[in-house]
Design a protein. Sequence first.
Length: 237
Amino acid sequence: MASNGKKVLFILTSHDQLGNTGRKTGWYAEEVAEPATVLTKYGYEIVFASPKGGKAPMDPGSVEHATDSKTVQSFLANPDFTHKIDHTHKVEEFIGKESQFAAIVYPGGHGPTFDLEHNEAALKITAAAYEAGKVVSAVCHGPIALTDVKLSDGTLLVKGKNVTGFSDDEEIAVQLEHVVPSMLETKFKKIGALYHKADEKWAVKVVTDGRIVTGQNPASARPFGEAIHAAIQASHH
């Protein structure tokens, strides 16, 4: 499937409980399907990992929201993708192997806010990939996984960098501001990242700052995938 051995590592959540609400969460279908479909089209092989390995839980609500999406439907019907997501690698397997990948991708869903903000293996891999000249990317809630990444000189990866991600307004609109461990926009600002968002909630926003690519929300998932490819191409010139 892949040309030139190009591979991209998607790091999914292993977390399926939405705080103490009794509702299920996980990875958001559109935010995996859209960029994975775009990157596959460009000849990248997608490798999936998660903190616990094995089956990474999908947010059931995200499928309901995507009944009209041909991309999501065909992704979920693709046995190659579904097999990989049912049998994800453990994130820690890739420590020291970051140079195999052109990019690291963190899709959203509320799951990552619970198990990827402080995941040591993921933080190490992200820092090493960035320092090896690779692209680091995240969409919607996925960027929470970038907020604690420290480079080898001790500086935070996103400090002073232009980024986006799920806005506080969007979190309040879905009434989960008291459920998530961290509000992404608030945390970005607190640690000195230069946070941007679309003029209106749920509108498309993708920000590229060198080899850091971020998208704001589900609507941004496809252009986010295109931006990852563009950043990989730019990093090779």
